[in-house]
Write a protein that binds this ligand. Structure first.
Ligand SMILES: [Zn+2]
Length: 381
């Protein structure tokens, strides 16, 4: 059983991030783990985070949905969690996958404000609408509650049951146009490690992974250490792309000028997007290990190059009409126009995330399904 739980926690680990480009909602982990009525189990359980991520995934209609988790430092030694769960949360904290704070205050709402993301919370928000007016918009604040087949969302002050993403606040846009550096050695959020070389390495880190600094002191500050951050230069341009297979968005990924991304059955090297696990036998035979490569041009244009044996096709403006499909032969490149999708194999497409949506109707995979034994133990509502 311990082994199975570890597998679920490993799967959930892939769904927590502090990356402004990939997070789809903000949660306070101290709150989520104590939503006992979701499963009727222990007073605190990290598996509830998986249940809430599943609910978000169902509601958005996408696989591999990620959340931004705020973690009160006290949670790292919370006796209601198992030692295994505490160890896992510490690892997430060390890796900068979650944001650990001594005094979270309303950081969950600040992050949602800066990034334009919905919050998943049961906290009372009525008194905060004056400070965060977007809380009054539909789908920006949702409370996960028990439902048939897992948690469902009910509305807060703003109404609505579907999570809705807004715009980044003006402060958020400003903060996220720069890279930031924390003076604390080993800071997992804003660069780390002691010594000059370690600092260099930290600045070279993929910049889109940096969370938004907090502005609670009036200046950009590390939310973890409370230290004033220094400006480490402009944040390079980035573009979020999405993979859609069989009508369902399976994964989003970030493209920057410095880091081209290979997509295929099983691309070599780090940073590649591996599709193999979602393909049927025929598609797996057709699609090359590294089938296409994406580059972000200096003008922000997305250039796709076919690196496959069998070639690809372009779906101009997302058109699914066979007569519109433009072949992209092996070794040829093309700049993606507005709404264009590249098709690696019929039904396997990649495009800009904002222009690549799920056809709905398809049920996303559960992050909990990694461990069938555990999933079966969750009580049916
Ligand atoms: Zn720091």
């Amino acid at each position: 059983m311990r082994f199975e739980i570890s597998k679920v926690l490993d799967a959930i680990e892939g769904r927590v991030c502090t990356d402004p480009a990939l997070a789809r909602a903000v949660v306070d982990l101290a709150e989520v783990i104590r939503w006992q009525n979701l499963d009727g189990g222990r007073p605190a359980s990290l598996l509830r985070l998986g249940m809430v991520i599943d609910a978000l995934s169902r509601q958005i209609g996408e696989d591999s949905v990620q959340v931004y988790a705020i973690v009160h430092r006290a949670l790292l030694s919370d006796a209601d969690l198992t030692s295994n769960e505490r160890m896992v949360v510490r690892r997430w904290a060390d890796d900068g996958l979650v944001e650990v704070l001594d005094q979270p205050g309303d950081r969950m709402l600040e992050v949602a404000d800066l990034l334009g993301l919905p919050v998943l919370t049961r906290a009372r928000l009525d008194g905060l609408v004056g400070r965060y007016p977007w809380l009054g918009q539909a789908g920006r604040a949702l409370a996960p509650v028990p439902g048939a087949g897992g948690p469902v969302f009910i509305a807060h002050v703003g109404g609505g049951q579907d999570p809705s993403t807004g715009s980044r606040s003006p402060a958020g846009v400003k903060l996220l146009s720069r890279k930031w550096r924390c003076p604390e050695p080993g800071c997992a959020l804003f660069g780390g490690g002691g010594g000059a070389f370690a600092d260099l390495a930290a600045i070279d880190r993929v910049p889109s992974e940096q969370p938004p600094p907090t502005l609670r002191t009036g200046a950009p500050t590390c939310p973890r250490h409370g230290s004033r951050l220094s400006d480490a230069g402009p944040r390079p341009r980035s573009e979020v792309l999405a993979v859609r297979i069989g009508g369902l968005v399976r994964k989003r990924f970030v493209l920057t000028e410095a880091d081209p991304v290979a997509v295929g059955r099983a691309p070599d090297g780090p940073g590649g997007v591996q599709l193999g696990q979602w393909l049927n036998d025929e598609a797996r035979r057709w699609i090359s290990r590294s089938h296409v490569r994406f580059d972000l041009g200096r003008g922000g244009e997305v250039v796709v190059t076919d690196t496959s044996t069998n070639g690809s096709g372009i779906r101009p403006g997302g058109s699914m009409a066979e007569t519109d499909r433009i072949p992209l032969p092996p070794q040829q490149s093309r700049t993606l126009g507005e709404g264009d999708l590249i098709e690696l194999y019929p039904g396997v497409q990649v495009g800009r995330a904002a222009e690549t949506t799920s056809d709905a109707t398809y049920a996303p995979n559960s992050v909990m399904a990694e461990a069938p034994t555990m999933a079966m133990r969750l009580p049916r509502p």
